[in-house]
Design a protein around this ligand. Structure first.
Ligand code: HEC
Length: 202
């Protein structure tokens, strides 16, 4: 009897030391998480997204959309997800991104290739939310790129860029300076930056 008890006790101790000492992840009613952005995995960030997504979508669709196509804002969640999980590319970035592409552009976009030309009518939506070092989460803007007919906007590669705040308010920005200048770095892929390689959904 004594011997068995001893063996199982030491087996138990060995098992415990083999397990990583990791606190369980919990997400509270306000979608805050008990982990810093520095320690969170994409999968855990996805759980935060699942908590936030309804509130985000309702926010984006609140109020008049003015120059932003309201159908894009209302429908993007029904489009093809181009990401498997939200990702925060860049060093110490608190902003997680999740990308959708409409049926016109889905096949071309999800090749994540260079040398592509997106068909006219392609619309890509990129949702964002942030998680800070204390695990506090916050909805971010949704960004859109729409491919328009050749020659409509040569200065921006015939892409229309728009942005809607989490409150639903369209954000007036100088799209050349605020959007296209950076995207022009991706000229070989029709100005598309594509999601982090780890989360591309083909
Ligand atoms: C500092 C550089 C930079 C600026 C400024 C920028 N973007 Fe991007 N954008 C990127 C990168 C990098 C990606 C790919 C990121 C990812 O999904 O991981 C991207 C992706 C996107 C996507 C998804 C399609 C794609 O390229 O794969 C959309 C839509 C988008 N951006 C819209 C906008 C809009 C609208 C603005 C201006 C309000 C903007 N971006 C400003 C760098 C930038």
């Amino acid at each position: 009897m004594k011997l068995t008890a001893l063996i199982s006790a030491s087996a138990f101790a060995a098992l415990m030391s083999a397990l990583p000492a990791q606190a369980e992840v919990t997400i509270d009613a306000n979608c805050n998480v008990n982990k810093s952005v520095d320690d969170i995995s994409y999968r855990e960030a996805h759980d935060v997204y699942l908590c936030l997504e309804k509130k985000m979508f309702e926010g984006y669709n609140t109020g008049p959309k003015k120059w932003v196509n309201p159908n894009h804002v209302g429908q993007f969640r029904t489009w093809q997800a181009a990401s498997t999980l939200p990702a925060n590319p860049g060093v110490h970035s608190e902003r997680f991104l999740f990308t959708y592409v409409n049926p016109v552009g889905a096949a071309a976009y999800t090749q994540f290739a260079e040398g592509v030309k997106m068909p006219v009518g392609t619309v890509i939506a990129k949702e964002s939310f942030s998680i800070n070092s204390k695990g506090k989460s916050k909805p971010g803007p949704v960004f859109f790129m729409e491919k328009v007919a050749a020659g409509t906007s040569p200065k921006t590669g015939d892409w229309f860029y728009t942005m809607v705040a989490p409150t639903g308010k369209p954000q007036a920005v100088n799209v050349f300076k605020a959007c296209h200048e950076c995207h022009s770095g991706f000229e070989d892929s029709d100005f598309l930056g594509y999601p982090d390689e780890e989360v591309r959904r083909r």
